[in-house]
Design a binder for this molecule. Structure first.
Ligand SMILES: [Zn+2]
Length: 439
């Protein structure tokens, strides 16, 4: 009986709404957000309620990110409140690039746990030290403050071409619209970045914010068009392949960005140094190019140039579908060779060797067995384009017969020795038996 009473009480307790579910009656007088670039984002709320407001929280999240930040507001409890929360932008840990969009809302709690939530509102955090002009479509917005409309239009058009190339040549679609901010000088650019930015930085892609910030002087438009395409390519590719397990190999990340600067030909910074390295056969393996690039400027240019050339070779040889598949596999956190094998049918060494053959160099010594098999190439090419296989596949002499690896060779020699030894013993045995028979 006691047990039954307990269960009844428990049920009653469970179905009775908790006080937190009870709404708090609130009238909002004003709900505002204000910002000063590199200084603050401040949220303020004026509200009244017939009963006392005991707690006030400001929640916010950056558009494109998952994390929600919950913050206690500054206010004095009562039936009429003036609450505020300030996000200090002078602290490097709080840094947000220009163009960050923040979604925010308030939660008010009464004495007995009753709650009230405001609707979600948005704040666009801009660098208010400049008079921005802008050009936008549903994929991107370009902001600039120096240079005329023709300058802005040229950048806008080039950015759209870069997005189109990613779509057609690598099957990568933009996930969220992006914003590109063009600063007119290096000093202006540096003042917009966080305190930790490197002095030589020419532009930064803030992947998690969907923002590219870059310095382009109006009289350096040609360079600017390439640099902007490069940085925004990093942004789009990172958005498409973002996962908690692994990054893209460096050569692929930079290679796609270099490829998208000019898909027809390597730009002048990289072409001569790559041509010379091919001539002297002083190239870098893909394994080397998977690590951070060299700090020596000439070697760095070779690393960028070779990565760009590799990506162009891959797009031309394997096709857009295979490139899209490769990035999709990487987005699942695959290991480098696993992704290459899954999408292209070869590993790092095999791909590097195939590219070497395409620039009239022999496969690198000791890795010939890693050349992609004929079957794998045919299959990949057939998937990529319906073009006749015979004209599309390049078969080098080393590919036609599978190479014997060292282990197999040793086993064969050992086997032959064994057979030969057995034969010798047999002959000796026969001779001994015959002599005894004669004797
Ligand atoms: Zn880059």
């Amino acid at each position: 009986m006691k047990k039954l009473l307990y269960l009844l009480l428990l049920c009653l307790f469970t179905v009775t709404p908790t006080l937190a579910d009870t709404p708090l009656a609130v009238t909002v007088q004003s709900n505002k957000a204000d910002s000063g670039f590199r200084d603050h984002l401040t949220f303020t709320l004026s509200a009244t309620s017939p009963t006392e407001i005991k707690e006030v929280f400001l929640f916010y999240k950056v558009i494109g990110q998952i994390a929600i930040s919950r913050n206690e507001a500054t206010f004095t409890s009562g039936v009429s409140i003036e609450a505020s929360f300030k996000l200090d932008q002078t602290l490097p840990a709080n840094y947000m690039p220009p163009g960050t969009e923040v979604e925010y809302w308030w939660k008010l709690v009464g004495t007995n746990g009753e709650e009230f939530k405001t609707d979600q509102a948005r704040l666009l955090y801009l660098d208010d030290r400049h008079e921005w002009q802008s050009q936008k479509n549903d994929r991107l917005t370009i902001y600039w403050y120096e240079g005329d409309a023709v300058f802005g239009q040229a950048l806008f058009d080039r950015a759209n071409v870069a997005l189109d190339t990613l779509q057609t040549d690598l099957k990568v679609n933009l996930k969220d619209p992006i914003k590109i901010f063009i600063y007119a000088s290096h000093d202006d650019l540096m003042s917009a970045l966080s305190a930790g930015a490197q002095e030589w930085t020419g532009g930064v892609a803030f992947t998690e914010f969907g923002v590219v910030v870059i310095g382009i002087e109006p009289d350096a438009l040609d360079w600017g068009l390439r640099a902007m395409s490069h940085e925004m390519t990093h942004l789009v590719i990172h958005q498409a392949t973002n996962n908690p397990y692994s990054d893209l190999p460096r050569w692929l990340d930079e290679g796609v960005a270099v490829y998208n600067e000019d898909k027809n030909e390597l730009v002048d910074d990289f072409k001569p140094v790559l041509d010379e390295a091919i001539k002297q056969d002083k190239l870098m393996t893909l394994r080397t190019l998977s690590s951070p690039f060299p700090s020596d400027p000439l070697q760095a240019n070779l690393a960028y140039g070779q990565s760009g050339a590799m990506v162009k070779f891959m797009v031309d040889k394997y096709g857009a579908e295979a490139m899209g598949k490769l990035l999709e596999i990487f987005s699942e956190g695959a290991l480098y060779d696993e992704a290459l094998k899954g999408a292209l049918g070869t590993d790092s060494d095999g791909l590097y060797n195939a590219w070497r053959v395409s620039v009239n160099l022999p496969p690198m010594p000791g890795t010939e067995s890693n050349m992609p098999t004929v079957e794998a190439q045919v299959q990949t090419q057939a998937e990529a384009t319906p073009a006749p296989v015979a004209t599309a596949v390049v078969i080098s002499p080393t590919q036609t017969a599978p190479m014997m690896d060292n282990q197999t060779t040793l086993l064969l020699i050992a086997g032959l020795c064994c057979c030969f030894g057995g034969l010798v013993l047999l002959v000796i045995g026969v001779v001994v038996v015959m002599r005894r028979a004669r004797g």
